[in-house]
Ligand binder design. Structure first.
Ligand code: ATP
Ligand code: MG
Length: 556
């Protein structure tokens, strides 16, 4: 489905209405990550929405780091966030930081004080909570609520100068302690925190609260549509109040539902725990729902964008199936991945009527999904081959169209072979399969007149290269680990990573490129992992093929 084919989402409807009324010349959005972790698949949804809207309506999107909380933000996160957005294929207009507005925000706070709309409060957090009231009971005024403007100005500047310790005083908006919206009951605008900030260093010891910084930053940047997630619905009233009282550019806030994916968690706080407590190798572990994890796993930018586009936006929180993401990566890689052969669980197949010491080069197209196959590669063939252990059965059931005593199969891109015999070791494991081949059955030149139902993949023993292959399963055993009774880490799937230290791959895969997807025929889509060395390639399985190979094997 392309953008044009689907109907407008509710934010597009609002924008089209705004444009019709001539409210804005340009649509301006922002993506406002807090640099306290790596971006995840939920953020991708917000990125695709914000950047997608301004692409569609010919505006622009700013990248704004929401760095008002000095203790958790790090430069590493800033860099990873920029990498991830670029990789997804989006370009921001300006790279901005809320911390760059600290001086302006301070000025706004002074303006509110001067208008009699903010005051310095001395009560403790506990007292403040007590006076706040409940949703059904009005709150009570703080004894410091009616300080004079002069006293407030003086105290606020002394807060800035570092005269008071953390938590000793706050700056609060003076709205209404009986307001039905609890967030409007004199919300805190500034708190004291003597902490080093990743950009402003030790310049500040008072920091604005989210509600005071966010809408004001939007306004400073002339953001027309400030899109956030549903938990901010009750904040909208305060957002509008502050902008109105400050008499600054009227940005507007719109909310959409968070996108969460099943069998994983999408919360930076939880993902951080997985990293710091060693449940995964890092933020970019291929099992992580982070953008960097998905990229390392082999997902493409298009697959993630298509996924976000398909799930669209909603007004109610819901879980999206991970399998939908898999659908989009399969769809993308099916069209682009070059086909190769690799044997993950090998057993030797010997072609008894093929001369020892001889070999030949067979041809295999790179990509059967496009005309011309995007060229082809040479595949060495010889008397001894590795085949998949599961492709042989000593006592095969009916309809087992692979190898077993007396059964014939086609070797992909090669010949039809018939299983004549096999060898077992003392433990009863099959160690060798003995076959004869039909010289006239060569793929593409088959004059044998023989038809077989199954096709299997193989790798020539003397020509095979080895690689480490990593297979992944879901990171969690339950659908919504963040919403279970026990701690989410108790639901981790301890078998989510399976390492095959010595898989056999066809010789040409030694030329595999980083960042490209390869289909290992019948085994799934794979990509090179960054752990690869010159001596040993490491492949990640991005996704299995599901049933797709059922069609594949008929072609031979
Ligand atoms: P987390 O709980 O993971 O820390 P957050 O909302 O605190 O998420 P921010 O860095 O503040 O993370 O988010 C940046 C933007 O991405 C915000 O506009 C936020 O609303 C949006 N966003 C975050 N998580 C999701 C999600 N799961 N689905 C859609 N949008 C999201
Ligand atoms: Mg946040």
């Amino acid at each position: 489905m392309t953008n044009e084919e689907r109907s407008l989402n509710f934010i597009e409807e609002i924008i089209e209405e705004d444009l019709k009324e001539g409210k804005y010349e340009k649509i301006v959005t922002r993506f406002p990550p807090e640099p306290n972790g790596y971006l995840h698949i939920g953020h991708a949804s917000s990125i695709c929405l914000n950047f997608g809207l301004t692409q569609k309506y010919n505006g622009y999107t700013n990248l704004r780091f929401d760095d008002t909380n000095p203790t958790t933000e790090e430069t590493e996160y800033v860099e990873s966030i920029k990498d991830d957005i670029r990789w997804l294929g989006f370009t921001w207009k300006e790279e901005l930081y809320t911390s760059d507005y600290f001086e302006t925000l301070y000025g706004y706070a002074v303006k509110l004080i001067e208008k009699g709309l903010a005051y310095v409060d001395d009560i403790s957090a506990e007292e403040m909570a007590e006076l706040k009231g409940t949703p059904t009971e009005p709150g009570k005024d703080s004894p410091f609520r009616n300080r004079s403007v002069e006293e407030n100005i003086d105290l606020f500047s002394r807060m800035r100068d570092g005269e008071f310790e953390d938590g000793r005083r706050t700056l609060r908006a003076k709205i209404d302690m009986a307001h039905i919206n609890m967030l409007m009951r004199d919300p805190i605008l500034y708190r004291i925190k003597h902490a080093h900030h990743h950009r402003t260093g030790n310049k500040w010891c008072i920091y604005p609260m989210y509600d005071f910084a966010h809408g004001q930053s939007d306004s400073i940047e002339n953001i027309t549509h400030s899109i956030c997630t549903l938990e901010f619905v009750p904040h909208r009233e305060l957002y509008d109040w502050l902008i109105e009282k400050l008499e600054i550019y009227p940005s507007k806030q719109y909310e959409f539902a968070r996108r969460n994916v099943d069998f994983t968690v999408t919360s930076k706080r939880k993902l951080l725990q997985l990293v710091t407590e060693g449940f995964v190798e890092g933020w970019d572990d291929p099992r992580m729902p982070t953008i960097s994890g998905l990229r390392r796993r082999g997902f493409t930018p298009a697959s993630i964008r298509n996924f976000c586009d398909r799930i669209g936006i909603a007004k109610r929180d819901n879980l999206v199936e991970y399998s939908l993401l898999e659908f989009f990566i399969r769809e993308d890689l099916n069209k682009s991945a070059w086909r190769r052969m690799a044997v993950l669980d090998p057993v030797k197949l010997v072609i008894t009527n093929y001369p020892g010491g001889q070999d030949e080069m067979l041809e295999g197209e790179n990509n059967p999904e496009v005309e011309g196959g995007e060229g082809s590669r040479q595949i060495p063939f010889s008397r001894e081959l590795w085949v998949e252990r599961e492709d042989f059965m000593e006592n095969p059931p009916k309809k087992f169209f692979r190898l077993g005593p007396g059964l014939s199969v086609r070797l992909k891109h090669a010949y039809i072979v018939k299983c004549e015999d096999f060898v077992k070791d003392e433990a009863g494991n099959v160690t060798e399969i003995h076959c004869t081949y039909i010289p006239e059955s060569k793929s593409g030149h088959d004059t044998s007149g023989i038809h077989v139902k199954g096709t299997i993949h193989w790798v020539s023993v003397p020509h095979a290269k080895t690689a480490e292959v990593r297979l992944y399963d879901r990171l969690f055993k339950v659908e919504d680990p963040g919403n279970e009774e026990r701690d989410f880490k108790e639901y981790i799937n301890t078998e989510s990573l399976q390492v095959i230290p010595n898989a056999f791959i066809e010789a040409d895969l030694a030329n595999a490129e980083h960042g490209k997807g390869y289909q290992f025929i019948r085994k799934g889509y794979f990509t090179i992992d960054k752990d690869s060395t010159s001596g040993m390639l490491v492949f990640n399985r991005t996704v299995t093929l599901k049933d797709a190979w059922a069609k594949e094997i008929k072609k031979g």
